[in-house]
Ligand binder design. Structure first.
Ligand code: ZN
Length: 274
């Protein structure tokens, strides 16, 4: 990939910083953004000079989730046939590759990853947040997964139950209400909450602190924790819940496409000027 349109990347002092740079669309994820993001994660993974990887986002919001506007064939996969019908098998394979597998690979990069999260992080944004190791939140952060509005049970990479606990995960999905920064801190989801204008400085400080340590020691520490989750069934759960998600798409299609898609579109429209 020679040219990057939606992702910025830089390395300084052993920290690789990946930036979602589509602020005019609240960093909504189309196929091109995801491909660029994956490419940059792999660049950081294979660069021996990089010991810690940071993911941050430009603009007011971390990410509005998947870009529902797929009208640009250059940037977006076309999952509908010319007659408007959905190519369900293609959608299943594409989502497995671009959502589940990308996120799973990022989760397993043998280097610490840190997220700097501000503003709204909606639905597909969680596919980017759950794979990260540590999170620093701005005080205006709010995360949500309102895809029950689309007749679907949750996004593709279902870390929810592990990250939030079973009852809190159900509450978020049933009510579509966001979780705010203070609660995320209270339950240990984010390590600290800082004023919005201090988010980047504080994240850099944390990354610099961790980057001083032995790379192999850090990799082993990460693997020890991840491996413990995996023997408890983490990956099996992700895979089987991805299939539940995909049945949701089938349901949405069977009830006439996305009858409630507009609600989510409105939600995203509201993000643009903020
Ligand atoms: Zn999906």
């Amino acid at each position: 990939m020679d040219e990057f349109k939606y992702i910025e990347y830089e390395v300084a002092d052993h920290v690789g910083t990946i930036t979602l740079a589509r602020p005019d669309k609240a960093n909504a994820q189309n196929e091109r953004l995801l491909d660029e993001l994956d490419h940059r994660f792999r660049t950081a993974e294979y660069d021996d000079d990089v010991r810690v990887i940071v993911l941050r986002a430009r603009g007011k919001h971390f990410s509005a989730g998947h870009d529902l506007d797929t009208s640009d064939p250059e940037d977006s996969v076309q999952l509908q046939e010319p007659d408007g019908s959905w190519h369900y098998h293609k959608m299943y394979r594409w989502e497995a590759r671009k959502y589940l597998n990308y996120s799973w690979n990022w989760r397993n990069i043998p280097k610490p990853t840190i997220g700097a999260i501000q503003g709204k992080a909606i639905a597909g944004a969680l596919n980017l947040i759950w794979p990260l190791d540590l999170l620093v939140a701005a005080d205006d952060m709010q995360i949500s997964d309102p895809v029950v509005l689309m007749a679907i049970g949750g996004v593709e990479y279902h870390g929810h139950t592990w990250e939030l606990g079973a009852r809190r995960a159900k509450d978020m999905l049933f009510t579509q209400r966001p979780m705010f920064a203070d609660e995320a801190h209270r339950i240990g989801l984010v390590r600290e909450v800082v004023p919005r204008d201090e988010l980047w400085a504080r994240t850099q400080e944390l990354a610099a602190e961790i980057a001083q340590h032995n790379a192999f020691g850090l990799a082993q520490a990460k693997r020890a924790v991840n491996q413990t989750l995996d023997v408890q069934g983490y990956f099996s759960a992700l895979q089987s819940v991805f299939d539940i998600h995909s049945v949701g798409h089938g349901n949405a299609i069977s009830v006439g496409g996305y009858p409630v898609l507009m609600k989510l579109d409105e939600l995203k429209e509201n993000l643009k000027d903020q």
